[in-house]
Structures are given as structure tokens and as C-alpha cells.
Design a protein around this ligand. Structure first.
Ligand SMILES: Nc1ncnc2c1ncn2[C@@H]1O[C@H](COP(=O)(O)OP(=O)(O)O)[C@@H](O)[C@H]1O
Ligand SMILES: [Mg+2]
Length: 346
């Protein structure tokens, strides 16, 4: 059997894809001690009322599915004031998790987008000219530190490791020394979060995370690490149906669960270690891709004279995800779609 045939055989039989964990979606509820989601009480932001800025508290994401185990780890980290690094593949919900947690805690959140040219002064502040005089303008990390807001540094491994070293003392809970020599005391309520795809050089999945830095142990060691599991197929089905809550398209439940299976298998094809070490498809579908496909599927096409029709799954896939894949991979992914989604196989 040739390599491609072997690969097809490994990928095509319906399988659950990534490891599952118990379904844990539940709508948050309010209690005196804090908001409760998936059975876990999230402590309220404990900052000073004078530092509270409601506009900085992330809006509720009504579709977010919390995982009880992940929330329990986050609860511990909050109570212990540990900095938290959420590690997971692209699109697994790292940013949405921290934003969802901040919403539950009612915490003002500053989100800093990590990138390869971020320098310490972008985080801490810089001397600028204002009205003819030089003043020191505090950067977003310094502002959050002073006010006790939560701070999320997204895509930590996109940031040059040397930049992150400027935060080590602050991560240790010490006062923060700014580049102008001023010292600010850690504000009450502050919690530091980071996200990244991997902790290290991502050697095993280098092509997925090209361009990222290996995080040094001195930085990594200052965070507790949480690795949220991928949503299970039933959870992805739930999510698809939540996303569809305002759609008028009838009878979508079956397609939602079939698409959830397809999604799990397509990701499996990108991440599973194949016998010769080469991934079957070079791109890993994300929830963002699935959301785009689903949006198109749920959106009617306008025809002449005010008539409308619904798109097929295949049309929605062609308009969104298929061209992410190069020729061979596109064929493979379409075969998976045909196997999993009844409407496409007809
Ligand atoms: N557990 C979840 N429940 C609901 N939606 C989710 C979940 N995880 C991810 N998503 C959705 O998937 C998309 C990608 O999530 P995001 O947080 O941006 O991923 P990451 O930061 O890991 O790249 C967003 O639309 C997000 O709301
Ligand atoms: Mg993100």
C-alpha cells in the first residue's frame, strides 16, 4: 500500500478525532460569592472601586462553553495570584477563555497583542513629547499593574524573549520599575495571563507555528500552565447550534453534528502523528473556519425577484475552507466532508 493510500485509510474511517472530556457547557449564574460556570465559582475582581472601569470588562460571550476542570484550575490560580499561561493550538479558545473568565469575575481586562517587534517600552511606557514638554506615558502593562486590572498578553511566543524578561520582577509580585525610574506598586486585583501555542520551540509541529520564539524557562517558570482540551464533538455541535440561534434555516441539528465530526477529523489529520511523521494535511482547521463555513451555510442566497435559497454544505465549504488547503490536501478534506456530512455524499 502506498503512503497516500495508508494516510487515507488512517484519516477517513469516522473517528472521534481528538481526546474527549465530559460535556461541560452550562450558562453562568450569579451568586453572592461570584459567578458560577460549569459548577465552579469564579471569585470576583478584588480591585479598588476607584480603579474600576466597566468599559474594560469584556462583554459576555453567550456562546462560550466552559470546561469545569479548566475553570477549577483557573480558580486556584486566581486565589493564589499565580500568573496563568494558557497553551493550546490556534483557535482552541485561549483568548476567548481569558475574556470569558474576566467577564465572569467582572474584571477590567487589558489585552496586549504579542508580536515580533514588541519591545519593553511598548509594555511599560516611553517618554514622549506633549505640548512642548517630555512626559512619561505609561504602557498598557504598567497601567494594568498600577490599577490592578487583569492583563492578557496574547501570543507570548511571538514576543522576543528579551522583551518578556522585562516583566520577570513584576511577575514575581515585586514592584514594577518603569524605564523612567519610577516604581509602581502592584495594584490590588491584578492578574496576569498569557497565551501561546506551545511553550517551547514547537519542534514537533514547527510548520504550524513558524516564526514563533522558544520561550525560555525563566519566563515559563513564572506562569502556571493550563492546557484547555479541544471541544468534544457534542460540544462543537452545541456551539454550532448556539451560533445558529438567530438563523431561520430549518432542520440543521443533523448537519451540525455531522460537521462537528468532520471538524474533529480534519483537525486530527493535521495534528495526529502519522507513521512516517508527516501530517496528512498541512493546515489545521480552527473553530474560526468552522464558524465561517456555518455562517455561510445559515445565510440565505438572494435570487432575483426577492426569492432566496439556502446554500449547500459543499457551497459553504467552497466559499470558506476548501481553498485553505493545497491540491492534495483539499481533495483529502473534501473526501472527509463527503464521508461525514450526509448532504454532501448525496
Ligand atoms: N469553548 C468555547 N466555546 C465557545 N466558543 C469557543 C470556544 N473556544 C473557542 N471558541 C470560539 O472559537 C473562536 C476562536 O477562539 P480564540 O479564543 O480566538 O482562539 P485562540 O485564542 O486559541 O486562537 C472564537 O470565535 C471563540 O469564541
Ligand atoms: Mg488568541
Amino acid at each position: 500500500m502506498g503512503r497516500r493510500a495508508r494516510v487515507l485509510q488512517q484519516v477517513l474511517p469516522p473517528s472521534s478525532g481528538e481526546p474527549h472530556h465530559p460535556a461541560s457547557s452550562s450558562m453562568p449564574e450569579e451568586r453572592a460569592e461570584g459567578a458560577v460556570a460549569a459548577g465552579v465559582v469564579v471569585p470576583r475582581w478584588e480591585g479598588l472601586p476607584s480603579c474600576f472601569e466597566p468599559a474594560r470588562v469584556p462583554a459576555r460571550n453567550p456562546h462560550f462553553i466552559f470546561n469545569g476542570q479548566v475553570l477549577a484550575h483557573l480558580q486556584t490560580a486566581l486565589l493564589m495570584s499565580f500568573a496563568v499561561l494558557v497553551i493550546g493550538d490556534a483557535g482552541i479558545g485561549k483568548t476567548a477563555l481569558v475574556e470569558g473568565l474576566a467577564h465572569l469575575a467582572g474584571a477590567p481586562l487589558v489585552r496586549i497583542q504579542g508580536h515580533g517587534h514588541l519591545l519593553a517600552h511598548d509594555l511599560l511606557g516611553i517618554r514622549i513629547l506633549r505640548n512642548g514638554t517630555t512626559v512619561f506615558e505609561e504602557g498598557p502593562f504598567a497601567l494594568a499593574y498600577r490599577n490592578g486590572w487583569w492583563v492578557l498578553i496574547d501570543e507570548l511566543t511571538a514576543i522576543p524573549p528579551g522583551t518578556l524578561q522585562a516583566l520577570h520582577a513584576a511577575l514575581d509580585g515585586a514592584a514594577l520599575t518603569l524605564p523612567d525610574g519610577n516604581v509602581i506598586v502592584r495594584g490590588r486585583g491584578l492578574h496576569v495571563f498569557g497565551t501561546s501555542n506551545t511553550a517551547g520551540a514547537a519542534a514537533e509541529r514547527r510548520h504550524h507555528y513558524a516564526g514563533n520564539f522558544a520561550m525560555n524557562d525563566a519566563t515559563l517558570g513564572r506562569f502556571v500552565v493550563i492546557r484547555p482540551p479541544a471541544l468534544s464533538i457534542p460540544e462543537v455541535t452545541t456551539l454550532l447550534l448556539r451560533w445558529a440561534c438567530t438563523s431561520t434555516r430549518p432542520s440543521i441539528a443533523g448537519t451540525a453534528s455531522q460537521l462537528a465530526t468532520f471538524y474533529a477529523r480534519a483537525r486530527h489529520a493535521a495534528f495526529a502523528e502519522q507513521s512516517d511523521g508527516v501530517p496528512c494535511v498541512a493546515y489545521a482547521l480552527t473553530l474560526r473556519d468552522l464558524e465561517a463555513l456555518w455562517k455561510v451555510y445559515l445565510h440565505p442566497v438572494t435570487l432575483s425577484q426577492g426569492r432566496t435559497r439556502w446554500r449547500t454544505v459543499r457551497e459553504a465549504a467552497d466559499a470558506t475552507i476548501v481553498h485553505r488547503f493545497a491540491d492534495r490536501d483539499a481533495k483529502l478534506v473534501l473526501e472527509m466532508l463527503r464521508t461525514d456530512v450526509a448532504e454532501v455524499s448525496r
